[in-house]
Design a protein around this ligand. Structure first.
Ligand SMILES: [Zn+2]
Length: 277
C-alpha cells in the first residue's frame, strides 16, 4: 500500500522529466500522449532478465527503464531470480543500463527509486505477535541469504513493518488523505532544501560523492562521534558510512534542521540492513 502511494508523494515530474519518461515508454509500446505522472512499475517475481533489464530482438527497454524517474516495486524480493537481483546492482549505482547484445548495443536511463518488500522468514511470522513462526533457524538463514551483501549495501533504508490488525488499517483509512497531503508537503520542502544547497550540482542527498559530503553535510561534534563509534562497532563499509550521512541529511532536511544531529545519525544508523540482521 505504501509502495503504491510513494510515486505520488514525490513532486510531479517537470516538463523535461515528462519528456524523458515518455521517450522510454514510446520505445516500449505505442504511446501517443506525453506521460505526466511518475511511473510505478511492479513486475512479478517470475520476471526474466530480458524483461527486467531490457533487450530482445529490438533491444526494447525493460522494467527498470520503464520505472525511470518513478518507482520500481519488487514485492517478495528473495523470490526473484538470483541473476535478476544481482543485475540490479549496476543500474542502482549508475542510474542507467547498458545493453550489450549480439544484435546491438544501447544504453537506457534507469533512474528509479527501488522499493523492495520481503517477509522476515519463509512463513512470514518471525518475531510476530500474531502467530508463531514455524521456520527453522537454517531455513530463515537460507531465505535471507538469497539477498547478497553487495545488493543490500546499495539499499539506503531498511525497516521492519509490523503486521497491523485489520481494525487499525480501517481506522487509518479516514485520516489517510490528510496524512498524505502533509507528507507530500514535508517531502516537497525537503527536496527544496536540497535544491537550494546544491543548485545544479546534484538533485538529491543520495547522489553526493564522498568529497561533496565533506563539503555540504555538517554534523555536530556529538553526531560525528556517534557515527565513528557505530562504524567501528558494526564494521561498516565505506559505502554504508557515507549512506548513513546521506540518509541523516535527508532526515535533517525533513525537519528543516541546518545541522545533522545525533538524533538524525542514530535514526539513519537503524536503517542500515547489516544492523537489522
Ligand atoms: Zn517463519
Amino acid at each position: 500500500m505504501l509502495a503504491k502511494v510513494s510515486a505520488n508523494l514525490m513532486p510531479p515530474p517537470s516538463l523535461t522529466e515528462q519528456i524523458a519518461i515518455t521517450k522510454v515508454h514510446s520505445l516500449h509500446s505505442l504511446c501517443t500522449n506525453i506521460i505526466s505522472e511518475r511511473p510505478y512499475r511492479a513486475p512479478h517475481h517470475s520476471i526474466n532478465l530480458t524483461t527486467l533489464l531490457g533487450g530482445g530482438p529490438n533491444l526494447i527497454p525493460g522494467e527498470i527503464s520503464l520505472a525511470h524517474l518513478g518507482v520500481l516495486h519488487l514485492d517478495e524480493l528473495p523470490e526473484f531470480r538470483r541473476d535478476c537481483l544481482e543485475a540490479l546492482r549496476q543500474p542502482l549505482e549508475n542510474h542507467f543500463v547498458k545493453l550489450d547484445r549480439i544484435n546491438g548495443h544501447t544504453q537506457y536511463p534507469a533512474d528509479f527509486m527501488l522499493i523492495a518488500t520481503m517477509n522476515p522468514c519463509p512463513c512470514g511470522y518471525f518475531q510476530s505477535n500474531i502467530k508463531e513462526c514455524t521456520c527453522s533457524p537454517s531455513a530463515i538463514q537460507r531465505y535471507r541469504q538469497k539477498l547478497s551483501g553487495p545488493l543490500l549495501d546499495r539499499i539506503d533504508i531498511t525497516t521492519p513493518v509490523l503486521q497491523e490488525p485489520d481494525s487499525i488499517l480501517h481506522r487509518g483509512h479516514t485520516t489517510s488523505t490528510k496524512q498524505h497531503t502533509l507528507a507530500q508537503k514535508q517531502i516537497h520542502d525537503a527536496i527544496q532544501q536540497q535544491h537550494l544547497r546544491y543548485h545544479d550540482l546534484t538533485r538529491f542527498n543520495s547522489r553526493l560523492s564522498s568529497l561533496e559530503i565533506t563539503r555540504y553535510c555538517h554534523l555536530t561534534k556529538t553526531a560525528k562521534d556517534l557515527l565513528s563509534q557505530a562504524s567501528n562497532h558494526y564494521c561498516l563499509s565505506a559505502r554504508s558510512y557515507f549512506k548513513i550521512i546521506k540518509v541523516a541529511q535527508t532526515i535533517a532536511d525533513l525537519e528543516l534542521s541546518p545541522k545533522i544531529t545525533t538524533e538524525h545519525i542514530s535514526e539513519a544508523i537503524q536503517y542500515r540492513p547489516q544492523i537489522l540482521n
